[in-house]
Ligand binder design. Structure first.
Ligand code: FE2
Ligand code: FE2
Length: 290
């Protein structure tokens, strides 16, 4: 949705707030929830995944916000009705209640956004739409491919943060890289808008009304079963991303877009350096591969 266009009175922040900006903040809250739950699952000896229900994007902004609000209501109910043996897992029980109140806040925030858009007579406002030539234009294809890679690396790092959460040094370094990739993904979404397109929902198909649905919006493949094998897979992925950014600089895009891409390229080169050393040091010390 457009930046700085749809404002609402936030019931918690008690400020006039950009609906888009707050929706991003809510998305970040959800990443923390996924991370917290993933770490608990690892501690229980289970396997976390990013498998998800169908993700839907409707052409009209308000339909997406209404669906978001419904999802928040559903998940609040799941957390608050969880049956946990009293006193058996006090920290997990505490976590579940803490998360549930983030969801309660999200419900109130989405409700306020929906009401503000309705009362401004903007219920028909539409999201940015896919560029009709996105499959044919080399520049758009490459930026979408970079975007897809950023999404993949965001999730792969996050998955390894869960797997190695008891190794605080390693997991915090991986977390930093996950967040960097997420920021780049977000910035690339902005670049796509400047190019007259919009970030893709991976593996989505659209119906006649333009509603996109994806059963697999997030990467499903997480190579690497232990510390060494996981680190071994990250280095070539980062190197591949550097090559894609270098290719993107050859597209002759607008100067401000090139400047943004250069920032991403520089930080990705930092990741190549860091990941190379994390791998080298893991081999040097011989930390057990699990
Ligand atoms: Fe959540
Ligand atoms: Fe939420």
């Amino acid at each position: 949705m457009p930046k700085g266009k749809y404002f609402y009175d936030d019931p918690v922040l008690r400020q006039r707030t950009d609906a888009r900006a707050q929706t991003i903040q809510i998305g970040i809250d959800e990443m923390y929830h996924a991370l917290q739950l993933g770490i608990v699952l690892i501690q229980m000896g289970a396997e976390p995944s990013f498998g998800t229900d169908e993700v839907v994007r409707s052409p009209q902004i308000i339909d997406n916000l209404r669906r978001d609000k419904l999802t928040e209501e559903m998940v609040t109910d799941l957390y608050q009705s969880a049956e946990i043996e009293p006193g058996a897992f006090p920290k997990v029980e505490n976590m579940v209640w803490n998360i549930s109140y983030d969801e309660v806040r999200h419900i109130d925030q989405f409700a306020a956004m929906i009401a503000a858009i309705e009362s401004a007579g903007e219920a028909g406002a539409v999201c940015f739409r896919p560029h009709p030539d996105r499959e044919r234009r080399e520049d758009l294809k490459l930026i979408h491919e970079v975007c897809r890679t950023e999404n993949e690396l965001t999730h792969r790092y996050l998955r390894y943060v869960m797997m190695f959460s008891e190794h605080q040094d390693l997991s915090q370094r991986l977390f930093k890289n996950s967040v960097n990739h997420m920021r780049h993904w977000d910035k690339l979404s902005g670049i796509l808008v400047k190019m007259g397109d919009v970030v893709a929902i991976e593996n989505a198909s659209a119906d006649a009304a333009g509603v996109e649905r994806s059963p697999r919006p997030m990467p499903v493949d997480y190579p690497g079963t232990g510390r060494l094998t996981a680190l071994e897979t990250l280095l070539p992925s980062e190197q591949g991303l550097v090559a894609k950014y270098e290719a993107a600089l050859g597209l002759g895009l607008a100067e401000e877009i090139q400047a943004q891409i250069k920032l991403h390229l520089a930080l990705t080169r930092e990741h190549v350096f860091t990941q190379d050393k994390l791998l080298e040091n893991a081999r040097r010390i011989g930390v057990p591969d699990a």
